[in-house]
Design a protein around this ligand. Structure first.
Ligand SMILES: NC(=O)c1ccc[n+]([C@@H]2O[C@H](COP(=O)([O-])OP(=O)(O)OC[C@H]3O[C@@H](n4cnc5c(N)ncnc54)[C@H](OP(=O)(O)O)[C@@H]3O)[C@@H](O)[C@H]2O)c1
Length: 269
């Protein structure tokens, strides 16, 4: 662990953000810091995390810690859970994730299991670690990053889209469970966003450019603070979700495949 550790003594609120080394998580770190939050940032890339952390400290005069962890690894996730277990966080942001593209008969099951560890198992473990204290103190927010695919099965991204549906359903059930405890569970469902996500997943896209990570982060923060449960940033994404809700599922799944085929998303790399 890089110890930019300063005692959690200030009156400022603390936010724990996973996947804060790039993309939406990095933009969320800047957004929370801009709004006066102290940061506890985690991801694998220690150098990138430290850069984000130091930049936020300099620019916004907040406190910040980084804790490198591989959320696909059970031992590393244990270390993170141990590190945070004695602490209280005002906000948990479950953002870390990555995509896998390809027909399920061809994709590597070990990569898919890693993805589920990062996006689901780590999310459950961190939520279990922070939520009881939030409920006890009747204060706190959890923001999980899902996707517009939470609403629609995506052929050639079957495990990814199903995992995002899990995040949405889990968050909605949790929101109901804690509704009398003054704890807010929010889930943000972005569509295409300009981050490293697509290159990392080997997704080429001839047409789409998408929203900036900064805009997604700003909308997520504002809507979370307003107490919104499901946050869908951007008109195009809202339209996609509207269609997903009202077009019969089997047909819409074919539509998603057709759109992705046309855009080159489903091309074999
Ligand atoms: N970009 C899109 O079009 C889009 C659309 C909908 C939803 N999302 C969701 O948005 C979230 C953030 O993705 P992004 O678009 O910002 O992509 P990104 O730029 O690739 O960022 C992904 C983040 O997750 C972290 N991460 C990946 N594997 C990890 C592991 N094994 N252990 C710990 N951290 C790990 C990465 O950090 P390290 O590599 O340093 O570990 C990085 O900070 C994801 O949950 C993604 O599913 C993205």
């Amino acid at each position: 662990m890089i110890n930019i550790h300063i005692e959690m003594s200030s009156m400022k609120k603390w936010v724990l953000i996973t996947g804060a080394s790039s993309g939406i998580g990095k933009a969320l770190a800047f957004e929370f810091a801009k709004n006066g939050f102290n940061l506890f940032l985690t991801a694998r890339n220690e150098n990138a995390l430290t850069e984000v952390s130091e930049a936020c400290q300099r620019k916004f005069n907040i406190e910040s810690e980084v804790f490198p962890a591989d959320l696909a690894d059970a031992g590393s996730t244990d270390d993170l859970v141990k590190e945070i277990s004695g602490r209280k966080f005002d906000v948990l942001v479950n953002n870390a994730g990555f995509g896998i593209k390809g027909d399920f008969v061809e994709t590597n099951i070990h990569d898919e299991l890693k993805m589920l560890h990062v996006q689901l198992i780590a999310l459950l473990r961190l939520t279990k670690a922070v939520l009881p204290k939030m409920v006890e103190s009747k204060r706190g927010n959890i923001l999980s990053v899902a996707s517009v695919y939470s609403f629609a099965p995506a052929p050639m991204q079957s495990v990814y889209s199903a995992s995002k549906a899990f995040i949405l359903h889990f968050s909605s059930a949790l929101q109901n469970e804690v509704k009398n405890a003054n704890v807010q569970i929010s889930v943000v469902c972005p569509g295409i966003t300009q981050t490293e996500f697509r290159t990392r997943a080997g997704i080429a896209d001839k047409k789409a450019s998408g929203m900036t990570a900064e805009k997604v982060a700003e909308t997520s923060f504002l809507q979370m603070m307003k107490g919104r449960h499901i946050i869908i940033p951007g008109f195009q994404n809202k339209f996609f979700v509207f269609m997903a809700k009202y077009i019969p599922s089997e047909l819409f799944t074919s539509v998603v495949r057709w759109i992705n085929n046309r855009r080159g998303v489903n091309q074999r790399s």
